[in-house]
Write a protein that binds this ligand. Structure first.
Ligand SMILES: NC(=O)c1ccc[n+]([C@@H]2O[C@H](COP(=O)([O-])OP(=O)(O)OC[C@H]3O[C@@H](n4cnc5c(N)ncnc54)[C@H](OP(=O)(O)O)[C@@H]3O)[C@@H](O)[C@H]2O)c1
Length: 290
């Protein structure tokens, strides 16, 4: 799809982080953006930004964890803007945790938001795209789905699932006029889920600005890219791909590189930070109750 002007784009996770940057990039392309996430107030701020850039948008607050109710979201979108030409599955959550400390609810939340909701949204919006013989679906995965990351195992599993599902679907869609892309960013800075709590990713792992990742999303749609690995700094896409290819042949070698880069240590630190914050929150609740 070379031209996004006038296209209607359903963008999940548009309230903060990377989603806001993708929304801005879509506004510049003159697309109409349907912004979805849970927080209405933050979605409205994104919509105001889109308007300021000369674009069109609406916001629909919705919890994507309710995968059984996504048909209601489809109905709401149909009532307000009609058909969807492009679906961007960007919403995602990551819970860094020692595996045995995960609750079943946490595991389910990660899989529902990161994997099940993109699959179900595609199931709901794809038939109309097939009828039009035109459409594009972009799934925002992660490098964490190309190589497992310690203390983020459930997140890695969800993103690996999204990458392989996208790969299968892209092949299934050949010749239909509907295209599918998967974007695999490394660490994003200075905003987004990793940067929150002032966590600074290991320098050798490289990082990308959200604008750079948003531009990769636009490129994926315009040039029908199957998979884009996004790592703007230090390590090039080519080198990252080579590393993952070596990992397919002999994973302990890449495990050692990950340890050298300090990736497991960084995630362990995120677990500890989150624990301290949780402890502080519990203490303040207890103190308030007297
Ligand atoms: N940040 C990174 O370094 C990085 C690296 C690689 C890949 N990614 C991927 O990039 C995507 C965006 O990440 P980010 O860093 O921008 O994260 P973020 O700042 O935490 O934003 C996540 C977005 O998802 C929405 N969301 C979360 N749970 C939801 C739910 N149950 N229902 C509806 N919306 C929900 C949030 O909105 P509400 O809270 O308002 O619902 C928010 O808009 C994710 O898929 C993430 O895995 C990020």
């Amino acid at each position: 799809m070379t031209n996004l002007a006038g296209k209607t784009v359903l963008l999940t996770g548009a309230s903060r982080g990377l989603g806001v940057y993708i929304a801005r990039a879509l506004a510049i392309e003159k697309a109409t953006v349907v912004c979805v996430s849970r927080s209405k107030a933050e979605l409205d701020i994104t919509c105001d930004e889109i308007t300021a850039l000369g674009g069109k948008s609406i916001s629909i607050p919705f919890d994507l964890k309710d995968v059984n109710k996504l048909s209601t979201l489809k109905y709401l979108i149909h009532q307000s803007v009609g058909k969807v030409d492009i679906l961007i599955n960007n919403a995602g959550i990551e819970i860094c945790q020692f595996f045995t400390d995960y609750s079943l609810d946490e595991i389910q939340s990660v899989l529902e938001v990161n994997l099940l909701s993109p699959i179900e949204l595609t199931r709901l919006f794809l038939p109309n795209m097939l009828k039009q013989r035109s459409g594009h679906i972009v799934n925002i995965a992660s490098l964490g789905g190309k190589k497992g990351v310690a203390y983020s195992s459930t997140y890695s599993a969800s993103k690996a699932g999204l990458i392989i599902w996208s790969d299968a679907m892209r092949q299934e869609l050949v010749g239909t006029g509907v295209e599918m892309s998967v974007i695999c960013p490394g660490y994003i800075s200075p905003i987004g889920s990793v940067a929150k709590n002032s966590s600074i990713a290991p320098q050798l792992a490289g990082k990308s600005t959200p604008t750079y990742v948003a531009n990769a999303v636009i490129r994926a749609i315009k040039q029908n890219k199957a998979e884009i690995i996004v790592n703007q700094e230090l390590i090039t896409e080519c080198f990252t791909r080579l590393l993952f290819a070596i990992g397919q042949l002999y994973s302990p070698f890449v495990d050692a590189i990950y340890r050298w880069i300090d990736i497991p240590k960084f995630n362990r630190m995120r677990v500890e930070k989150q624990r301290c914050m949780d402890d502080r929150m519990i203490k303040s609740v207890v103190d308030k109750r007297g």
